[in-house]
Ligand binder design. Structure first.
Ligand SMILES: Cc1cc2nc3c(=O)[nH]c(=O)nc-3n(C[C@H](O)[C@H](O)[C@H](O)COP(=O)(O)OP(=O)(O)OC[C@H]3O[C@@H](n4cnc5c(N)ncnc54)[C@H](O)[C@@H]3O)c2cc1C
Ligand code: FES
Ligand code: FES
Length: 465
């Protein structure tokens, strides 16, 4: 039995744990406010909130219910638009009306749910965060400006919301119904959040699998690992950072350890997918999906990261760069799971940068992406790891370019020569994301961008072109 609270009601269901939350709320519970658009995580029409009680405090995140296996909401609070409705419109709904933020209305539910998720966030509200909260919602009618204005009013109206009494404050101001106050106590009475279950197809967030083979998963019990504590942790010990492979993109974004090591982390991770996808997409899923343009794969390749593969309590550690043998061909047995990823904590003279170009900023996979970690002393390269996606059949660790750069002075001529080595190492193909020639040019520009950004005193664009 899967147990959770749906809006104000306790649910017990014997549905297969791989069936989709979207279908359950619409077809089993007739909560048809949640819409079906793309069923691929792209449009946000199916957005719901999932609330988890962590140390007695609710943590609500917006997710795409079209990619969420119902087993992943065990022990949690699921909120659809019906669970936000009150006698009068909430401020979120009212601002959308006042600013003509809704026309045909198909997307509106998703926007209202996401913006309410922003209100429920335990952090200090900002206008930027209000806009970021709707980065996974698409509207065909309004042109967005009216929705942005509604978001602006919303941000202003949250003035005075403390970080600790979020739910009480929102209930008092009629942003959410009063039943929200009882949810932590009610969740405690449910079966605990499920333990790791490795039986059947292994599903992390499901954001790749439910796009690729949704019809094969919805009628079965799958192996759900998303909430497993042994796969969802961050640890820094003896100058090595180890992350559970079940960490989501949002876990990374919110991790103090990661923020301290990578000051630009927010800018980098905001380029990956959208908030509702990042809230469920895991690192392990990104590595095993083995897309040649996987953003996290490229990010961690440049940290020369290692992965720990586990089977029946037996661990094997390999470099991430040795995980990819060919297109979707992995150095991994059927039964092995990635349990963790580790990398050396960057030292003081080490610099990191990630670049990605896609056809639009959010909700788009890269045409080309690249990351670099480079250490410099006395203006000379003392260590470098460089990676790139979209320029070969696998996410690439650029061995030869790294070897060339080692020991070189940070001079424009050396970087230009390094680009020649880089171009000989890659083999992009022409596809919907661009011609092979375009991708070569793009990687050259992004490679130069690493140096211009990290060493502005040494390089300008004029030096390099
Ligand atoms: C709308 C949308 C936008 C996206 N945008 C981006 C983007 O900008 N950049 C990007 O890189 N990706 C993007 N993705 C792809 C996807 O979100 C990521 O690859 C994500 O990290 C996959 O993680 P997951 O947990 O959802 O994987 P799942 O779908 O759960 O699993 C993917 C594969 O990994 C296996 N698996 C999962 N965890 C483990 C583990 N620990 N050990 C062994 N095997 C495991 C599964 O069995 C499956 O084969 C996007 C996806 C969507 C739907
Ligand atoms: S239906 Fe489009 S994101 Fe779920
Ligand atoms: S109002 Fe029609 S899609 Fe947004």
């Amino acid at each position: 039995m899967i147990e959770f609270i749906l809006n104000n009601k306790k649910i017990e269901t014997g549905e297969p744990n791989g069936s989709l939350l979207l279908d359950f709320v619409r077809y089993d519970k007739s909560l048809t406010g949640t819409k079906i658009g793309c069923r691929e995580g792209d449009c946000g029409a199916c957005t719901v909130l999932i609330g988890d009680c962590i140390d007695g405090k609710m943590d609500y995140k917006q997710v795409t219910s079209c990619l969420t296996p119902i087993g992943n909401v065990q022990g949690k609070h699921v909120v659809t638009i019906e669970g936000l409705n009150m006698e009068d419109l909430s401020p979120v709904q009212q601002f959308m009306v006042d600013e003509s933020g809704t026309q045909c209305g198909f997307c509106t539910v998703g926007f209202v749910v996401s913006l309410t998720g922003f209100c429920l966030s335990n952090s200090e509200p900002s206008y930027e965060d209000a806009i970021a909260a709707i980065d996974g919602n698409i509207c065909r009618c309004t042109g967005y400006k009216s929705i942005e204005r509604a978001a602006k009013h919303l941000f202003v109206s949250l003035n005075g919301k403390g970080q600790n009494e979020t739910i009480q404050w929102l209930v008092d101001k009629a942003f959410i119904p009063s039943y929200f106050k009882d949810i932590p106590a009610r969740l405690k009475k449910l079966n605990p959040v499920k333990k790791t279950n490795y039986n059947g197809t292994l599903v992390g967030g499901g954001t790749d699998l439910y796009v690729q083979i949704y019809d094969q998963l919805i009628d079965q019990d799958v192996g759900l690992i998303a909430d497993s504590p042994e796969l969802r942790f961050t640890k820094v010990e003896n100058d090595v950072c180890t992350l559970g492979a079940g960490n989501t993109a949002t876990d990374l974004l919110e991790s103090y350890e990661m923020q301290a090591m990578f000051p630009q982390l927010r800018e980098h991770i905001k380029l990956v997918a959208s908030s509702p996808i990042r809230n469920i997409a895991t690192l392990g899923g990104n590595f095993v999906n083995a897309s040649p343009i996987g953003d996290f794969t490229v990010f961690f390749l440049a940290l020369n990261a290692k992965i720990i593969l586990t089977e029946n309590n037996h661990n094997r550690t390999i470099h991430l760069k040795d995980f990819y043998k060919g297109y979707k061909d992995l150095n991994k047995s059927e039964e092995e799971i990635i349990s963790a990823i580790s990398f050396e904590v960057p030292k003081g003279n080490s610099h990191f940068n990630f670049e990605k170009v896609s056809k639009r900023i959010h909700l788009d996979i890269a045409s080309v992406n690249t990351a670099i970690q480079i250490s410099v002393a006395d203006n000379k390269v003392t260590g470098v790891h460089l990676s790139s996606g979209g320029v070969g059949p696998i996410p690439m660790y650029l061995n030869e370019t790294c070897a060339f750069l080692q020991g070189k002075e940070l001079l424009p001529q050396n970087i230009k020569s390094a680009n020649e080595v880089l171009q000989s190492e890659i083999s992009p193909i022409s596809d919907v994301r661009g011609s092979a020639g375009y991708k070569r040019l793009l990687l050259r520009q992004l490679f130069y961008a690493h140096f211009i950004k990290l060493f502005p005193n040494n390089f300008t664009l004029e030096h390099l072109i």
